[in-house]
Design a protein around this ligand. Structure first.
Ligand code: UDP
Length: 364
């Protein structure tokens, strides 16, 4: 059988890497499974794309659809047009999408309209916040998929409520954690440790890129100001997402404790989280990574589609009002943050389970 794998944006590369490795392993065992990798070009910056291919040893994509820039609709449209053309010339048995980015949704629609089976990895998660483009991408993708690979019981409940039959839903764990576990021995200490004189356990990591937090410059500056004033002089390392950097262009600001740096490569970023005192973020994936490493995590959002990072892990929803950070930081500095546990099946073997299930389903 043949699978077409889709990846378009930074978190996708991290999720697709263990799936490719699991397919290669099955090939060595003699299984009838081949794959092509489609890069939609949604992220095209070296620091958001190429670097991850190098670091995670992801093979060169079979095609790059170069559908990178533009509004949500422009990006969706160019990915759909280019992917339809590609699929017409390169037939496949299954299209596999991961996560919840524009590429995930756009390629799902194309595959389904061409009558091709669709698998969604990280299916069923919901923030119930329709102001997030990702929530729309999740809902559309899950309304089309044939195979749902899920990370949590929350995802299972959401899919059940949407009428997805149990036999299409597979609780397999988390591919992001597969990547993390596979690379734990390869982590790299970034140069910023020397440049910024960072000491293990004595700095905080910050990431912000959600439109709700960064698109309005006043909201962004207030958030950064509140963080700056309440960290007791602790350095805050802020690898700045291109979207956020764009918003800050031409703005005059100064925050004594915040150290702005370029986005880090995966091996360097995970190293930086692993040795930090805590993480403040609005990312989804990072709340999973802090959970598995038992690093305190404050999420600057009103909701999360990854509830298990709060109920089981180290994550706490702080909300979008920066004032809420003050008691949370006090709790951190008092050493009272929860230790957290590890969610079910976050064991590094998720991708192998996914490939086994696909092979079984297609051998019927
Ligand atoms: N990440 C990275 N370098 C950075 C910031 C994040 O490698 O400077 C990784 C991080 O470890 C995680 C993924 O990028 O695996 C999360 O991506 P992002 O926050 O863009 O997406 P989300 O998880 O919110 O969808």
């Amino acid at each position: 059988m043949h699978i077409t794998l889709i990846a378009g944006a930074r978190p996708n590369f991290i999720k697709i890497s263990p799936i490719i490795n699991a397919i290669k392993k099955k090939q060595l065992d003699g299984a009838d499974i081949r794959y092509s990798l489609v890069h939609t070009g949604q992220h095209y910056d070296k620091l958001m794309s190429g670097l991850f291919f190098d670091e995670l040893n992801i093979p060169e994509p079979d095609v790059n659809l170069a559908a990178g820039s533009g509004t949500q609709a422009e990006q969706t449209a160019s990915i759909m047009v280019a992917f339809e053309k590609y699929l017409m010339e390169h037939p496949t048995d299954l299209v596999l999408v991961v996560g919840d980015v524009t590429s995930t949704m756009a390629c799902s629609i194309v595959a389904k309209k061409m009558g091709i089976k669709l698998a969604h990895v990280e299916a069923g998660i919901r923030s119930f916040d329709m102001s997030m483009p990702e929530e729309i991408n999740r809902i559309v993708t899950d309304s089309l998929a044939d195979y749902f690979f899920i990370t949590s019981d929350f995802a299972k409940d959401n899919l059940k409520k949407n009428g997805v039959p149990d036999e299409k839903v597979f609780f397999v764990g988390n591919v992001m954690i597969d990547s993390l576990m596979a690379n734990m021995q390869r982590l790299r200490r970034p140069e910023i440790f020397e440049d910024l004189e960072l000491e293990n356990g004595k700095y905080i990591v910050l990431t912000l890129h959600r439109p709700n937090n960064v698109d309005d410059i006043d909201t962004l500056l207030t958030m950064l100001g509140t963080i700056d004033e309440n960290v007791n002089g602790t350095p805050v390392v802020f690898p700045i997402h291109p979207r956020t950097e764009q918003r800050l262009k031409g703005v005059d600001y100064h925050f004594a404790n915040i150290r702005f740096v370029k986005p880090l490569g995966y091996l360097e970023f995970i190293y930086t989280i692993k040795h930090s005192m805590a993480v403040i973020t609005d990312s989804g994936g990072i709340t999973e990574e802090t959970t598995i490493m038992h690093i305190p995590c404050m999420t600057l959002r009103d909701n999360t589609e990854r509830m298990e990072t709060c109920t089981v892990g180290t994550n706490e929803l702080i909300g979008t009002n920066p004032k809420n950070l003050v008691p949370a930081l006090q709790k951190l500095f008092a050493g009272e943050w929860k230790q957290g546990g590890i969610p079910r099946m976050w064991d590094g073997k998720t991708a192998e389970r996914i490939v086994d299930i696909i092979l079984k389903e297609f051998s019927r």
